[in-house]
Design a protein around this ligand. Structure first.
Ligand code: ADP
Ligand code: ZN
Ligand code: ZN
Length: 824
């Protein structure tokens, strides 16, 4: 038989694929999408992914190593996934290894440095000799895979490890920081020494004197259908005892008499509680019309953009679309920004679609992610058991869908769909569109403030466009009031951070038992501290940014590297003890508001208050149940929260939104303010939004005040066309990093010079970005503007070539060069 060769993808960003020999014994088992163990480098072993198998002899055949083992019986990655991976690597100028690392959940990526632990599950299972040896070694705290392998020598094999994992005795983690303990539950079954009905009857005899135990055993037999052909082999203790008067002590009695066996069994951590499915809401007439329009657009278009104002009920339309696609036997992917994955939306979906929905996001631990992965995969073979709908954050695009029919991207303008670091620096919204074409699945992008790229695609006819301009239940859009802070300062009318307009509206709202949301884009107590005498501002030693003061910790923190410093008691420049806090972060605003409204219940939502598990849900819950009167928050308050009693929303300082030096600043300011404003408005009364600014005459403030999306877009389009920005031009950003400033300068300049040889490109820079040093690394950026008429693949190949040339110079090799396609 001919020798077979496998192309495998390693979780490394070196090259795309490597060739290994397939040993004869594994020939039938090796297949694309399965994981195999290969050696790479001197001693390192990896779980790699087979991309293709061929019989064609490669050139350097002598040097090829063999595949050592196969980990999977079934492919964990489907051909459709690979198609997407290839597209991604090509478009985002990265390797398949980069994509591999981003795509697979940690639990499916085994590396020599992975750690393995005992789950602590104590089940009766039979073990092979090798399995016992391995378990004992892990028990003796040999946790690093490479180490385990060294100690066990020839007795080590990945298959052994994998069966131990399958039997739930062992689990693997990349990091030790978060030890995963499987959730276990007590289960009961009949002791295996009882082999016949006769033996059971004998046991009943034994219990003649213990009436309660006898009754419990009878209950057990009934609950498990013991004498029926469809008898259950086991039952959860909880399920057996729930709603009865039997006590756990009685169970213990039966266990001691060797009638029942009690043991711990691993149960899924994913919330599998039975939910009473509710029927779908009926659409209001505007939604019904929009749904018809979407379907009509789908006749000719793959992608439809819904431009629907806040609270118009886009979610209901999505649910109807998902329902229809499910009835046709296909799967749906529903993407939302990470932060919008709140209990509200999760519950809504579970209520309607029950067990068919899986939720996928970064807060799940690795084991939970593997479970979702496998249940998505399962749909192909067992549609009844696998997930048909996935609600997920951006990494949801990687899941192994076999019959994808619909993709929804809600809040499609959100920048959290973009992965900034590491590569692949992809935008899940754009990936969704690509997946749509690859799977012949329909794609719906939805937003109250669509990104200019998507709107442009709609205007040029590439996407269908559907408008939804009425809020559900005739709730009115809020009234927007622009409050002049400069004038209020001059007239000494400011009350701390509040203009008189906002202060009065808040007072009235509180009197009426209505709620208020205040938005401030900075967390911490004050964004910087300053020496009163010499004006010195303490900066991070590792980054080029001023330090934020956090009062509750009494420390200065760097928001870029997380480093924190003692608050100095005197100025490090001049020795003056007078160090003043400057500016307002959410923490300080909370202090000030509590002083101003002494009877109000004030809460805060930002990255600092939502660190612990469920903290976010708690804050939302308190607001929902009207236990909070005033909520102060950052960006977080803008996302997908619906509250019935919020009548006033205050944007404390719009200046720092509109003055941001970025070509997208105005687009973003409009989006952000519209989203925050969208939280105001109740069923029977119009909400009010106060925008505080020192530049009330700024044209953008006027446009935002009138909530005029299209006029803002028109104005911005003119500017972007003139200055060659997206959507009219394509953008790429190259970041050069090095710890040494001169090296960064030199490498970036070399690269820019090389790139400038292509006269058809517009090259800006190299320049220092606003924050030019992060974690001791200096950054320099080159921006490339690419005419849409140019052949993109060719342009990218040229750019990657240039990067390669610059990197290959020995004196440059220690510098990092990152390519970001469609930077945000
Ligand atoms: P959007 O996503 O467009 O901002 P949502 O989908 O969150 O709006 O809807 C806003 C509110 O109106 C939600 O509380 C939702 O439950 C309610 N709602 C919208 N449409 C309907 C409907 N057809 N029937 C019942 N409630 C609806
Ligand atoms: Zn000083
Ligand atoms: Zn720092």
């Amino acid at each position: 038989m001919a020798q077979h060769y496998a192309q495998v993808i390693l979780p490394l960003s070196l090259h795309d694929a490597y060739t290994y020999k397939v040993p004869q014994a594994l020939e039938n088992a090796v297949a694309p999408g399965k994981r195999v163990i290969v050696q790479f480098g001197k001693r390192k072993l990896y779980a790699a992914l087979v991309a293709a198998v061929t019989a064609t002899k490669p050139e350097n055949v002598d040097e090829l190593k063999e595949i050592q083992e196969i980990l999977d019986d079934h492919p964990v990655v489907l051909p459709k996934n690979f198609e997407l991976w290839h597209w991604m690597a090509q478009y985002y100028c990265c390797t398949l290894g980069d994509v591999f690392r981003a795509a697979l959940p940690t639990g499916l990526k085994l590396e020599s440095k992975s750690k393995v632990f005992l789950t602590g599950v104590d089940e009766e299972v039979s073990l092979s000799e090798d399995e016992v040896l391995m378990l004992r070694e892990i028990e003796n705290e040999t946790n690093i895979l490479a180490e385990l392998q060294r100690k066990l020598g020839t007795r080590f094999s990945y298959s052994t490890l994998k069966t131990l994992m399958k039997k739930n005795l062992v689990y693997a983690e990349e990091k030790i920081s978060r030890k995963y303990r499987p959730k276990t539950e007590s289960y009961l079954k009949l002791n295996s020494i009882i082999n016949s009905e006769k033996e059971l009857t004998d046991k009943f005899e034994l219990l003649k004197r213990a009436k309660k135990q006898e009754a419990l055993l009878q209950h057990f037999c009934a609950a498990t259908n013991l004498f029926e052909p469809d008898a259950l082999p086991e039952i959860a203790k909880k399920e057996l005892l729930d709603g009865t008067n039997f006590s756990p002590a009685l169970v213990k009695g039966l266990v001691e008499k060797k009638i029942l066996v009690e043991y711990q069994k691993q149960v899924s951590r994913l919330d599998e509680e039975k939910i009473d499915q509710v029927s779908i809401n009926l659409l209001n007439k505007y939604q019904a019309k929009a749904l018809e329009e979407i379907k009509h657009e789908f006749d000719t278009k793959q992608v439809v953009l819904i431009h629907g104002i806040t609270a118009s009920g886009k979610t209901e339309i999505y649910i109807h679309l998902i329902d229809e696609i499910m009835k046709s036997g296909k799967q749906a992917l529903y993407l939302v920004p990470e932060i919008a994955l709140t209990t509200q939306i999760i519950q809504r979906l579970k209520n309607v679609f029950g067990q068919k929905v899986g939720i996928y996001h970064s807060k799940l631990n690795s084991q939970e992610r593997v479970e979702i992965w496998e249940k998505t995969l399962l749909f192909e073979e067992k549609p009844d058991e696998g997930y048909q709908v996935i609600l997920g954050a951006r990494s949801g695009v990687f899941l192994p869908f076999s019959r994808l029919g619909l993709i929804i991207v809600d809040e499609e303008h959100e920048n959290s769909f973009k992965q900034f670091d590491p590569a692949p620096r992809y935008n899940a919204r754009d990936m969704a569109v690509v997946m749509g074409y690859q799977n012949r699945a329909k794609v719906v992008l939805g937003s109250a403030t669509p990104s200019y790229e998507s709107y442009y695609n709609a205007l040029t006819g590439k996407y269908g466009l559907v408008n939804l301009t009425k809020r559900h239940a005739d709730v009115e859009l809020p009234e927007i009031i622009v409050a002049d802070m400069k004038r209020a300062y001059k007239r000494k009318e400011m009350r701390s951070v509040l203009t008189p307009q906002l202060y009065e509206l808040m007072e009235t709202a509180l009197e009426n038992r209505e709620q208020v949301i205040l938005f401030q884009n900075r967390r911490g107590y004050s964004p910087f501290v300053e020496c009163f005498t010499c004006g010195h501002i303490p900066k991070c030693e590792r980054c080029d940014v001023s330090l934020t003061y956090h009062k509750y910790k009494r420390r200065l923190t760097c928001h870029y590297c997380g480093f924190s410093y003692q608050l100095p008691d005197k100025c490090e420049e001049c020795g003056s003890p007078e160090i003043k806090t400057r500016g307002f972060g959410t923490e300080k605003i909370e202090d000030e508001i509590k002083q101003l409204f002494r009877n109000a219940r004030v809460d805060r939502m930002d990255m600092d208050t939502t660190q612990s598990k469920n903290a976010f849900e708690k804050i939302v819950g308190k607001l929902e149940n009207q236990k909070t009167d005033i909520l102060i928050g950052t960006q977080m308050v803008t996302k997908g929260l619906d509250f019935d009693h919020v009548s006033v929303v205050g944007i404390l300082n719009a200046d720092n939104l509109i003055n941001f030096p970025d070509f997208r600043a105005h687009e973003r300011a409009f989006q952000l303010i519209s989203q925050v404003a969208g939280r105001a408005g109740r069923k029977h009364k119009q909400g009010k939004v106060v925008i505080q600014t020192t530049q009330p005459e700024h044209p953008l403030i006027g446009l935002i005040g009138r909530q005029n999306y299209k006029a803002t877009l028109k104005e911005q389009f003119e500017e972007r066309q003139l200055f060659k920005y997206p959507p009219f031009y394509r953008l790429m950003k190259i970041v050069v990093k090095h710890k040494n400033l001169e090296t960064v300068d030199r490498v970036a300049q070399q690269l820019a010079n090389l790139l400038r040889k292509n006269k058809s490109l517009q090259i800006l820079g190299p320049e220092f970005p606003m924050i030019s040093r992060i974690q001791l690394w200096h950054h320099k950026e080159i921006w490339i503007k690419i005419d849409r008429k140019l052949p993109l693949d060719q342009v990218k190949t040229g750019i990657m070539q240039a990067v390669k040339i610059v990197k290959s110079a020995p004196s440059n090799s220690s510098s990092q060069i990152n390519i970001d396609v469609d930077p945000f």
